[in-house]
Design a protein around this ligand. Structure first.
Ligand SMILES: Nc1ncnc2c1ncn2[C@@H]1O[C@H](COP(=O)(O)OP(=O)(O)OP(=O)(O)O)[C@@H](O)[C@H]1O
Length: 578
C-alpha cells in the first residue's frame, strides 16, 4: 500500500505513511459521525420500551447513555485531532519537502537546460502544480479514500444487521458508479487537453513579455494578441464543454443516488408492516441512508480533481526523472589546463554537434576558438564548464575528469563573460558583487575601475547605488558588458570563458572593453570565442572548429603559414575590411 502511494503520487516514504494514517483517521471520523445518531435511536428505543412496559427504572438507562455520550464525545475529539494533524500538518510538510526537492532537482540540472526549457513551464510546475497538489492532498485525496472505505465498512455492518434493507440502501451505488465510470475516459481526455492548453497560454504570455521589444519593433503586436486570443478562445470553449459534460454526468449519478432514500422508506415501511423489522431498525436505516450517500457524492465531486492531479503528478515525475548532475564537492585541481579528449556531444539524439574533439587549453595561455557560425565554438566553451555532460570521451581540468565534479563546485573556478549578459534590477554595486558575495564596497569599486566602469557609473544619478532596471535596460550594450567583466575581475577565478561581442561597438567602447579584458585575463586559462582579428592574432593558440570537428590547431603564425581554413578566414576578413 505504501509503495503504491509512493509510486502513484510521487511521494516520499514518510509522505505515503502520513497519507495512510490520514486515511485511517478519516475513516474513523466518518464512522464516528454515525455513532451518535445510532446511540440516540438506541436510547429512544430502549427508553420508550421501558416506559411503555414499565420494566425498569428509565433513569438507569439515561445515566448509561449520558456516560456513553461523554465518553464518545472525548473519543470523537481525539479522532478529530489526529485526523486534522495527519491530514493537514503532515501533508503540508510533505508538500514543502516536495518543493524543496524540485528546486534541488533544478539546481542539479545541466546549466544549459535552462536555455532550452521554457522557464514558465518550470516555475509553474514548482509553484502552481505543487500548490494544487498540496490542496488536493489536504482536502481531497485522504477524504476520497476514506469515503470509499467507510462506505464499505458501514455497508458490511449494515448487511450483517439486515441484508434486505441494505440492498435497498446500496442498489443505487453500482448504478451511479457505472454512469460515472463511463464518463471517466471523457473527463480524462478533456482534463489533459485543458492542462496542456493552459501551459501553452502561460508560455505564450511569458514569451510575449520576454520579447516585448522585438514584438513592438517588428510591429507584431496584433499578430501576437491574435494568436493569444485564439488560444484563450479555444481554452474557453473546451472548458465550457468540459464543465457541461462533467456536470451532466455527475448530476445523473446524483439522481441515481437520490433514489436510495425513497427505496429504503418504501421497502422499510413494507418490512415494518409485515413485522420483519422493528421501528428501531427502520429508523436506523432511514438515518443511515440519509447520510451514507454524502461520502459517495464527495468522491464523485472530487474525482475530476483526481484526474487533474494525475496530470500534474506526471509532470512532477518527469521533472524528478530529469538527468541530474552530481559529483564531488571537494575539488582542488593541481593546475588549470583544460583538455578535451575525443569528445562527442549531441544536444538531441541523432544530431551530433561535436565529433571527436581533442585539444588542450593551457593555463596562462589565451586559447581562441574560431570557425564559421554554427560550427560548435559556444558548445565547446560551455562543455568545458560542464553546462552539459558529454556523450563520449573526457574533458579534464588539471587532469581530473570534470564529469566527476559537482557543477557548482566546478564553476567556482570559472568566470564566464558571454554576450547575453544578465543583470538584475538592483544597484550597480550589487550587480558587480555577484562575482564575490562577500566583497567590500572598495573591492567592488576597484574591480569596476579595472573594467573601465567607474567613469560611467559615477555619472549615474546615485552612482554605484543606482538601480539599473530590469536586466540593466538603462545601460548601453558596452556598459552592460563591462559590468559583467567587472564581475569576473572581482571573482578572480583561474579560468575565463569569454565570448567576444560580435555586435558592432563604437571604437571608444571597443577599446575600453579590450583594455578591461586584458586586465581580466592576465595569467589565467582563457578560452575565448574570438571574432576580432586582434584577439585572434594575439592568442597563444588557435583552435579552428568547423561542423563540430577540429580543423586545425596551432599558434597564429603557424596556422597562417599552413594555408588552411584559418589562413583563408584571415584573408577573407582582410578583404572585407579593405
Ligand atoms: N541548446 C541547443 N540545443 C540544440 N542545438 C543547439 C543548442 N545550442 C546550439 N545548438 C546547435 O549546435 C550547433 C553548434 O552551435 P554553437 O552555438 O556551438 O556554434 P558556434 O560556432 O558557437 O556559432 P556562432 O558563432 O554562430 O555563435 C549549431 O548547429 C546549433 O544550432
Amino acid at each position: 500500500m505504501l509503495k503504491y502511494f509512493q509510486n502513484k503520487y510521487a511521494m516520499s516514504e514518510k509522505g505515503s505513511k502520513d497519507l495512510l494514517h490520514s486515511i485511517i483517521w478519516s475513516v474513523l471520523m466518518n464512522i464516528s459521525f454515525m455513532v451518535p445518531v445510532v446511540l440516540s435511536f438506541r436510547f429512544l428505543d430502549e427508553y420508550m420500551y421501558e416506559l411503555l412496559n414499565n420494566t425498569n427504572n428509565p433513569k438507569d438507562s439515561i445515566l448509561y447513555y449520558v456516560i456513553m455520550s461523554i465518553a464518545f464525545f472525548i473519543v470523537m475529539f481525539v479522532i478529530a485531532y489526529f485526523q486534522y494533524n495527519s491530514t493537514y500538518t503532515k501533508i503540508y510538510e510533505e508538500s514543502a519537502k516536495k518543493r524543496i526537492s524540485l528546486a534541488e532537482t533544478l539546481r542539479k540540472l545541466p546549466l544549459a537546460f535552462f536555455g532550452k526549457k521554457d522557464i514558465a513551464d518550470l516555475s509553474s510546475t514548482i509553484m502552481e502544480d505543487a500548490t494544487q497538489i498540496e490542496m488536493l492532498f489536504s482536502h481531497s485525496v485522504p477524504q476520497i479514500y476514506a469515503s470509499v472505505l467507510s462506505v464499505l465498512i458501514m455497508g458490511v455492518m449494515l448487511f450483517f444487521y439486515n441484508w434486505k434493507l441494505s440492498l435497498a440502501v446500496f442498489w443505487v451505488v453500482p448504478v451511479a458508479a457505472l454512469v460515472f465510470y463511463l464518463s471517466r475516459k471523457l473527463q480524462n481526455n478533456t482534463h489533459s487537453k485543458l492542462y496542456h492548453i493552459k501551459r501553452d497560454i502561460a508560455d505564450n504570455i511569458q514569451e510575449g513579455l520576454d520579447s516585448a521589444h522585438e514584438i513592438k519593433s517588428y510591429n507584431r503586436e496584433e499578430a501576437f494578441s491574435n494568436t493569444l486570443n485564439t488560444k484563450l478562445d479555444n481554452y474557453e470553449t473546451i472548458m465550457i464543454k468540459a464543465e457541461l459534460l462533467i456536470g451532466a454526468f455527475i448530476n445523473l449519478s446524483y439522481v441515481f443516488l437520490k433514489l436510495g432514500l425513497p427505496s429504503v422508506i418504501l421497502y422499510g415501511a413494507y418490512l415494518l408492516t409485515t413485522g420483519s423489522i422493528n421501528i428501531f431498525t427502520y429508523l436506523v436505516f432511514l438515518v443511515v441512508s440519509a447520510r451514507i450517500y454524502n461520502p459517495i457524492m464527495d468522491v464523485m465531486n472530487h474525482f475530476a480533481l483526481l484526474i487533474y492531479l494525475n496530470v500534474r503528478i506526471k509532470r512532477m515525475k518527469e521533472m524528478d526523472a530529469m538527468p541530474r548532475q552530481d559529483g564531488k564537492m571537494m575539488f582542488t585541481p593541481s593546475n588549470y589546463d583544460i583538455e578535451f579528449k575525443d569528445v562527442d556531444f549531441s544536444y538531441q539524439d541523432g544530431v551530433q554537434t561535436l565529433n571527436n574533439v581533442s585539444f588542450v587549453a593551457k593555463q596562462g595561455d589565451v586559447t581562441a576558438l574560431v570557425g564559421p557560425s554554427g560550427g560548435g565554438k559556444s558548445t565547446v566553451a560551455k562543455l568545458s564548464a560542464r553546462f552539459w555532460d558529454i556523450d563520449k570521451g573526457a574533458i579534464t581540468l588539471g587532469g581530473e575528469d570534470i564529469s566527476l565534479v559537482d557543477p557548482e563546485t566546478l564553476l567556482n573556478h570559472y568566470s564566464i563573460v558571454f554576450q547575453d549578459v544578465t543583470l538584475f534590477n538592483s544597484s550597480v554595486m550589487d550587480n558587480i558583487r555577484l562575482g564575490k558575495k562577500d566583497a567590500t564596497d572598495e573591492e567592488v569599486i576597484k574591480a569596476a575601475k579595472l573594467a573601465r566602469c567607474h567613469a560611467f557609473v559615477k555619472k549615474l544619478p546615485q552612482g554605484y547605488h543606482t538601480l539599473i532596471g530590469e536586466n540593466g535596460e538603462r545601460l548601453s550594450g558596452g556598459e552592460r558588458q563591462r559590468i559583467s567583466i567587472a564581475r569576473a575581475i572581482l571573482k578572480d577565478a583561474p579560468i575565463i570563458l569569454l565570448d567576444e561581442a560580435t555586435a558592432s561597438l563604437d571604437t571608444e567602447n571597443e577599446s575600453k572593453i579590450q583594455s578591461a579584458l586584458s586586465e581580466l585575463i592576465k595569467k589565467k586559462t582563457v578560452l575565448i570565442i574570438a571574432h576580432r582579428m586582434r584577439t585572434v592574432l594575439g592568442a597563444d593558440k588557435i583552435v579552428v572548429i568547423k561542423d563540430g570537428t577540429i580543423e586545425e590547431t596551432g599558434s597564429p603564425a603557424s596556422l597562417k603559414e599552413k594555408e588552411g581554413t584559418f589562413s583563408s578566414m584571415l584573408k577573407r576578413q582582410h578583404q572585407n575590411h579593405a
